[in-house]
Design a binder for this molecule. Structure first.
Ligand SMILES: NC(=O)c1ccc[n+]([C@@H]2O[C@H](COP(=O)([O-])OP(=O)(O)OC[C@H]3O[C@@H](n4cnc5c(N)ncnc54)[C@H](OP(=O)(O)O)[C@@H]3O)[C@@H](O)[C@H]2O)c1
Length: 254
């Protein structure tokens, strides 16, 4: 069954910059209305919303919120649904980490581990608990797609806590998918190295080494990664799946 994205109402967390901004643009290009969540940079969010409304003739709203705060996740979903009139698709793209020394179990405080857990696991529970009745109202079905990471299926990435909590997030995704069918399709995208502000923090040496290790010898292009969200949103026969878009970085390394 084709699931057209035209006229759908979409919320993208961490949608104002980085991967989220490219995802917002791809949904707008499909004719979807977009609620763009940001955290600290209101100007970037407003600029993106203005450009997408003008270029694609869709409705865009900007919503400030912190993915680490439970009440804010609840409010974000309710406000997005109110402003857009309904909610069909939730792209839970926000994540949190701190770059630590690889393999060093002492190089992150317990508070920071808890922050990783809150951002990479609990935020999904909070978003879904609020969104479930709203997404379920859609007679064609609702969609929830989380941004995971190749660090969820391997032991690399920015920190051990990030890798562990992204892996836990994936398991939560599978529980969501199994318990919420047929009303809501739930899937995850696992990007490899993205050269966003976040990805640049790996530093030039590590970035070049990752490009060299990847079968395709380059980083994960943002457009290619954003494509996966569009394809998953349209595909009415996939749920509970983890789609890796990593230019072959993890091939041979897991
Ligand atoms: N970059 C990579 O190599 C890579 C690889 C695999 C997976 N990922 C995952 O991809 C997702 C997006 O990463 P990215 O590379 O696009 O990162 P990014 O460039 O750092 O993302 C920036 C976006 O995140 C928002 N943001 C920051 N803190 C937030 C918070 N507490 N609550 C809500 N929004 C917040 C920013 O809003 P403001 O600008 O307003 O603060 C901005 O919209 C994350 O889940 C990450 O784990 C990234």
């Amino acid at each position: 069954m084709p699931y057209s994205l035209k006229g759908r109402n979409v919320l993208v967390t961490a949608g104002s910059r980085g991967l989220g901004a490219v995802i917002c643009e791809r949904f707008a290009a499909e004719g979807a209305n977009v609620a763009i969540n940001y955290y600290s940079n209101a100007d970037a969010a407003r600029e993106l919303a203005g450009r997408l409304s003008k270029e694609y003739g869709v409705t865009c709203h900007v919503l400030q919120s912190d993915t680490l705060v439970a009440e804010e996740n609840e409010k974000l979903v309710n406000t997005a649904a109110e402003l857009l009139g309904s909610l069909d698709i939730l792209i839970a793209n926000a994540g949190w980490t701190r770059f630590t020394r690889p393999g060093d179990i002492y190089d992150m405080s317990h508070d920071e581990w808890n922050k990783c857990w809150n951002a990479n696991v609990m935020s999904h529970l909070q978003l879904m608990q609020t969104a479930k009745p709203i997404l379920s109202k859609n007679p064609d079905g609702g969609v929830y797609i989380m941004t995971s990471s190749i660090a969820a299926s391997a032991t690399g990435g920015s920190s051990m806590a990030y890798s562990v909590t992204k892996a836990a997030g994936l398991h939560l995704m599978k529980h969501f998918a199994f318990s919420m069918g047929p009303g809501i399709r739930v899937n995850a995208v696992l990007p490899g190295l993205l050269l966003t502000e976040w990805g640049q923090k790996f530093g030039e040496t590590a970035i070049n080494a990752m490009k060299d290790r990847a079968a395709l010898r380059h980083e994960t292009f943002l457009d290619d990664c954003a494509d996966a969200y569009i394809n998953l949103a349209k595909n009415t026969s996939m749920t509970g799946q983890q789609i890796t878009v990593d230019a072959g970085l993890t091939l041979g390394h897991v």
